[in-house]
Design a protein around this ligand. Structure first.
Ligand code: GLC
Ligand code: CA
Length: 621
């Protein structure tokens, strides 16, 4: 930052420090073309599909830009943010669900898969967004939620009104309870958001009735995919949005869509399992295989759609956490099912050489051997932000490795340290083969807001655990675009007039000092996180051969992670102390004559020394 990023004194209970400064400038040799050099839509060759090495930016609609001033982000707002995304250099955006929804899980409780929630806009605005994005060579992906809908969905309302055993109830999992009067849930399954997966209904005659299954909250009843209505509805939904120009979908929670037909009790969880990790140990739904028939059906539908619509090249990316099991990823990402599946292990790994390598190497080796593309990400709307994760006092300890994005140790945070590590981390992950998904705000170095007032929290996890788990609201705070607090830091439009100074309240409060992270503040600051993201994405496009795999020369330094990617060598010093490059070069002779391409922290024009918590790219040709 050129301007001092120190935050002003903070009133009230919310506080974040401004972005920690990275003093001085860092070297980037040469200049790299920005977004303008990308191919225009539509692409042609499928062998080199656009998404294989694409950078996709996740837009959490509620918190991106609020165009109409009600304090909630919307589709028209996304259009105003497209220039920022074009300058950043992204190939596509993934929109979190914008379908009509009671918003009890902020859109992951879908009431109608064929429309837009009026809070976010309408279909005409959606079409305009697709067109405006396309004009900037940015594709639009949506989010499809196949496991469950909202309890406000017309089908679930009809199921509640219908009798046990009816076709309406067959679209969901309605079962009689256990116990003499059916007063106990049908099995012992735990929900992801806390509590049982079952809720009892009251039948039409007022008597206590059957129970229905919800892997997440009671407001999200699970579909039974053995019901043909469900299969048919999702087939038409995909086509409906493809016809509007949507180029793909992120598929939500695919690992729990299958269920063992008899719904048997889950075995006891290992001792010491965290409350919100219990669900992950249920073998009768997590990775239960029956859902794969449906993903194959989707892929056939997509392949047929592409064949009937030359020039269209659709991508699906599945969300399945597969800790330490890259082989499980292959069940999802293969030519018959999803085009991509997130590789989450790196995102959750402690900041140390052994764990970083142990979460990259096997995934890369397993997927590459199978010809499956890699899909990396370091942040999303369900995970504490990287700046905060890497700033935790145990971030380099094995004990912090919970392998579950909902489970954290809660140790103190040093944001300056977390920021410098997050800078190194983006340079590291952007150098890996495959595609890269970013989550809005990471390019600004936003931290997790850990001290949101209890009354502001909205995540069902918070409510379902009686506040024992804070939930995911802290990574979903509306973005700061300017330093102006009267417009929620540029998130909402100015509504004040000379006579009535009005401040729009955003749906989730922003902490004091938030404006110091704004796009406006970072735009022209060469040492900002935003400038680093632009440089890294630009260098990735200009210098990395998309077809080059990874080679791992042995590092002689315990704090150094190193790999070759074609002509580029990536060196990450995860320790606090500087490292002499001469020591590193002992096992990578080509480094001796290489040129520094990029550094995540200032190297003070002396690339012979690698500062602590820094990632550098070197070119050997
Ligand atoms: C996925 C989404 C998360 C949502 C859940 C239920 O994990 O990413 O935000 O709450 O599924 O749909
Ligand atoms: Ca709005």
């Amino acid at each position: 930052m050129t301007a001092s990023p120190t935050s002003p004194a903070v009133a009230g209970s919310l506080s974040v420090a401004g972005p920690p400064a990275v003093a001085g400038s860092f070297s980037v040799a040469g200049s790299f073309p920005l977004a303008g050099s990308r191919a225009t839509v539509p692409p042609t060759a499928t062998a080199s599909a656009w998404w294989r090495d694409a950078v996709v930016y996740q837009v959490y609609i509620r918190s991106f830009v609020d165009a109409n001033g009600d304090g909630i982000g919307d589709l028209a707002g996304i259009i105003t943010g497209l220039d920022h995304l074009e300058a950043l250099g992204v190939d596509a955006i993934w929109l979190t669900p914008c379908y009509p929804s009671p918003q009890l899980d902020h859109g992951y409780d879908v009431a109608d898969y064929f429309a837009v929630d009026p809070v976010y806009g309408d279909l005409a605005t959606f079409d305009r967004l697709v067109a405006e994005a396309r004009r900037r060579s940015i594709r639009v992906l949506m989010d499809v939620v196949p496991n469950h809908c909202s309890s406000e969905h017309a089908w679930f309302r009809a199921a509640l009104d219908a009798a046990p055993g009816s076709p309406e109830r067959a679209r969901f999992y309605f079962r009689d309870g256990r116990g003499r009067l059916g007063e106990l849930p049908p099995n012992n399954w735990r929900s992801v958001f806390g509590g049982s997966t079952w809720t009892r209904v009251t039948e039409a005659d007022g008597s206590p009735g059957q129970w229905y299954l919800h892997t997440f909250s009671p407001w999200q009843p699970d579909f039974d995919w053995s019901c043909p209505d469900v299969v048919a509805m999702f087939r038409s939904m995909l086509t409906f949005w493809f016809d509007r120009g949507v180029e793909g979908f992120r598929a939500d929670a695919v690992a729990v869509v299958g269920k063992a037909p008899e719904l048997p009790d889950a075995p006891p969880v290992p001792e010491g399992t965290a409350e919100n990790d219990a669900w992950a140990h249920n073998p009768y739904t997590v990775f239960w295989p029956t859902a794969h028939d449906h993903w194959r059906d989707w892929r056939r539908l997509i392949d047929d759609y592409e064949a009937a619509n030359p020039g269209r090249e659709i991508v699906t990316v599945s969300e399945a956490y597969t800790p330490d099991r890259p082989d499980l990823l292959l069940r999802f990402v293969n030519p018959e099912q999803f085009h991509q599946s997130f590789c989450f292990d790196l995102m959750l790994a402690p900041w140390r050489v052994d764990t970083l390598r142990a979460t990259i190497e096997p995934v890369e080796a397993t997927l590459s051997a199978a010809g499956a593309p890699l899909t990396w990400t370091m942040n999303n709307h369900d995970t504490q932000r990287a700046v905060t994760r890497y700033g935790r006092s145990d971030a380099a300890e094995l004990s912090s490795w919970t392998k579950n994005n909902l489970v954290y140790t809660g140790t103190p945070v040093d944001l300056a340290l977390g920021t410098v590590r997050a800078r190194a981390a983006i340079a590291l992950v952007a150098a890996l083969p495959g595609s890269l998904y970013l989550f809005q705000g990471e390019e600004l170095g936003l931290p997790e807001v850990l001290d949101l007032p209890m009354g502001a929290r909205q995540d069902p996890i918070f409510f379902r655990t009686d506040g024992r788990e804070p939930g995911r609201d802290g990574c979903r705070v509306p973005l700061p675009w300017s330093a102006d607090p009267t417009t929620s830091y540029g998130f909402s439009p100015a509504t004040s007039t000379a006579t009535s100074p009005a401040t729009v309240s955003p749906w989730m409060p922003q902490p004091g000092g938030w404006g110091n992270y704004s796009v406006e503040q970072q735009h022209d600051a060469p040492e900002s996180m935003l400038a680093l993201y632009r440089s890294v994405l630009s260098a990735r496009r200009a210098c990395l051969d998309p077809d080059a795999g990874l080679e791992w020369p042995t590092s002689t330094h315990p704090d150094v992670l190193m790999f070759h990617r074609g002509d580029v060598t990536v060196v990450v010093n995860v320790g606090a102390d500087e490292v002499m490059m001469a020591d590193v070069c002992a096992t990578a002779p080509r480094l001796a004559s290489s040129r520094l391409l990029l550094s995540s922290s200032p190297v003070h024009d002396d690339p012979t020394r690698l500062p602590g918590n820094t990632c550098c790219w070197f070119a050997s040709s």
